[in-house]
Design a protein around this ligand. Sequence first.
Ligand code: BV8
Length: 233
Amino acid sequence: MDKRIVILTGAGISAESGIKTFRASDGLWENHRVEDVATPEGFLRNPKLVYQFYNQRRQQLLVPEIKPNAAHLALARLQRELGKERVTIVTQNVDNLHERAGAEVIHMHGSLQQVFCQHCYRVSNWLNDCDETSACPGCGYVGLLRPHIVWFGEIPLFMDVIEERLQRATHFVAIGTSGAVYPAAEFVRIAQNYGAKTIEINLAPSVNAMLFAQGYYGEATLEVPRWVNAVLA
Ligand code: BV8
């Protein structure tokens, strides 16, 4: 039967590219309280802090050493060889490494390199710093541009497309995610209810590990290419 694979990636797939994960010992949430930098309330309370938090992470994407790793490249190869209609990559990450590896990806939590205008509701590409003096490329309004990032308490993007793909999936693979954040952490249950085979690829078993039929544990740059080779064999 034709495989239809839905892949969900988290911060762990970008760790070996040098991008910090969230919940590791030196993770992003070690230096910042989620409430202060990743919620609408935090942004209202102290926009400068939030602009700075995302400006630093967006700047990091322009550093030459930060580039897609073997895991990103393997997923792009899988999508190229089986076709985009049979390989859906959904990411919780807001970096651009899947795209730079050549993959088409659904950013359910938004993207560091996009901004959202709270005046005209346009989403625009944005590579440099954004702050209260930035003007919307669409309507020109100054002061209402924010990172196009889904914060805690906000509704993730493309949920209708994601749910439709999960319902038709023959395989669901979670890669480099702790399974700590909803609704992404629910995807394995949805896929399983519709009969998909579920696989977890992670450094160590996640809190959701028992929901997966199979688990491959180790560095993503080793385990993901190995799994892709097996699928394409
Ligand atoms: C929503 C953008 C309603 C920000 C992010 C109580 C119970 C259940 C839910 C809730 C609750 N209270 C509140 C909620 C809802 C809340 C939530 O889930 N809170 C959690 C903390 C309990 N969720 C929301 O608010 C969401 N919205 O629910 O709206 C709704 C729901 C459905 C439908 C309609 C409406 C919005 C959540 C989005 C928040 N924004 N990101 C930013 O990036 O700055 S989430 C943030 O965490 C990141 O996006 C990140 O991707 C995500 C999850 O983290 P992971 O990617 O998993 O990263 P983590 O560091 O945790 O783990 C890394 C993993 O990689 C580890 O397992 C590690 O072992 C592994 N790893 C490390 N190195 C490697 C590796 N693996 C392989 N190789 C390696 N080298």
